[in-house]
Design a protein around this ligand. Structure first.
Ligand code: ADP
Length: 364
């Protein structure tokens, strides 16, 4: 096989699209993979401007680049790799990654472009971002409902006391016909009505928060946890944590609101990662198990363990040892698990650190 035949076989067999253009931007080589990417057969493109493979915006940029190349004879800032948009024969576009290399041929300068369709990668990225966004949203929403619920609870007590005092004042002023006292009775009556209204508003708020909106579907707990771990570990690269997942081989099926359960896992994993910043060994183990009629999840770390100040009231709102902590992550998590018919608890580890566990009834 001569050199040229070998070269052609290589180009044809390549999984990535390969386009070679000459100094004038005319297509010289267009391989089989390109046919699949762009939808044109080679005879429609070879000898024509490479612009036909670009989206409208890229065509403009390319024109500007060619002008500058003609004036200076320099390729200038041709970046060796870029993400851009390709255009198919039918006019549709797709995101592509292009690696560029300059070279020489007997006829002058050439530019070799290796092209890969990155639609799937971008979709996966978008899905991850959407999920993260949704989790953040749920977490903000849960924080808000937790606070409103605590607030409603706190405000209810003084409201009940106000109502009692008002009734007592009414009783004291009853049967006194002094015009000023009659006026006071009227005012007391109106105040009572308004206090009752405030109580209703708070009751409605609590009902709303407690019922909440959930979206329960039968899910495979292993994949739900796996996905949540992926998200929790994004950005945990430089924390020195060594994650390990031990999944029960009989992937447990559970009826859950996936986003809420992932929120719980995210809270537990983030707490563990944060706690382990204080210790030398940073092993994080996430395990799924089946215990009787329940699927159980354990998040175990090798951190410093629970601070004695918080150990007894870990799941109460506003319990925190962190300067910037709100102390509501665990109370929200426990509520989510309980609303799924499960339990949440923590145990100290034998060697070091703490394990958080929760369980959810298995779905049959
Ligand atoms: P926050 O993280 O805002 O403090 P949380 O409710 O998530 O709120 O946690 C409450 C407290 O529980 C933390 O401040 C911390 O003291 C303790 N805690 C939670 N997880 C761990 C852990 N893995 N190791 C040690 N302490 C923990």
């Amino acid at each position: 096989m001569d050199y040229r035949a070998r070269f052609e076989a290589l180009i044809t067999a390549a999984a990535d699209g390969i386009v070679v253009i000459d100094a004038a931007g005319l297509i010289q080589v267009y391989n089989t993979a390109c046919e699949q990417l762009f939808g044109y057969p080679p005879r429609d493109v070879v000898g024509r401007s490479v612009k036909m493979l670009m989206s409208a915006t890229d065509q403009e940029k390319y024109d500007a680049y060619l002008d500058s190349y003609r004036m200076t004879g320099q390729h200038g800032a041709v970046s060796p790799s870029l993400e851009t948009v390709g255009q198919r024969k039918d006019g549709t576009t797709f995101p592509m990654h292009v690696s560029l290399g300059e070279g020489q041929s007997p006829d002058g300068n050439i530019l070799v472009a290796i092209i890969r369709d990155i639609t799937e990668r971008q979709n996966a990225q978008r899905q991850t971002q959407e999920l993260q966004h949704e989790l953040l949203h749920v977490s903000r929403l849960s924080a808000m409902s937790e606070m409103s619920s605590a607030l409603a609870h706190e405000v209810n007590q003084p409201l009940a006391a106000i109502t009692n005092y008002l009734r007592a004042a009414q009783r004291t002023a009853v049967n006194i016909n002094d015009p000023a006292i009659v006026k006071v009775r009227e005012i007391l009556e109106k105040t009572l009505a308004q206090t009752a209204r405030a109580g209703q508003v708070i009751r409605r708020l609590r009902d709303f928060i407690e019922k909440g909106e959930t979206n329960r579907v039968i899910e495979n707990l292993n994949s739900v946890i796996d996905e949540a771990m992926g998200l929790a570990l994004i950005g945990a690269g430089d924390t020195g944590v060594r994650p390990q997942m031990e999944f029960h081989p009989r992937a447990p099926n559970v009826l859950i609101d996936k986003i809420q359960i992932q929120q719980v896992v995210l809270n537990l994993v983030r707490n563990s990662i944060e706690a382990m910043q204080e210790t030398e060994t940073r092993d994080l183990t996430v395990r799924t198990m089946i215990e009787g009629d329940f699927a159980q999840v354990t998040v175990m770390d090798t951190g410093p363990g629970l601070h004695p100040d918080v150990a007894g009231r870990l799941f109460q709102p506003f319990t925190t040892t962190k300067g910037a902590g709100m102390g509501i992550g665990l109370s929200i998590s426990k509520r989510i698990i309980e609303s799924h018919g499960g339990r949440m608890w923590a145990t100290p580890n034998l060697e070091a650190g703490v394990s958080f566990h929760f369980n959810i009834p298995l779905s049959v």
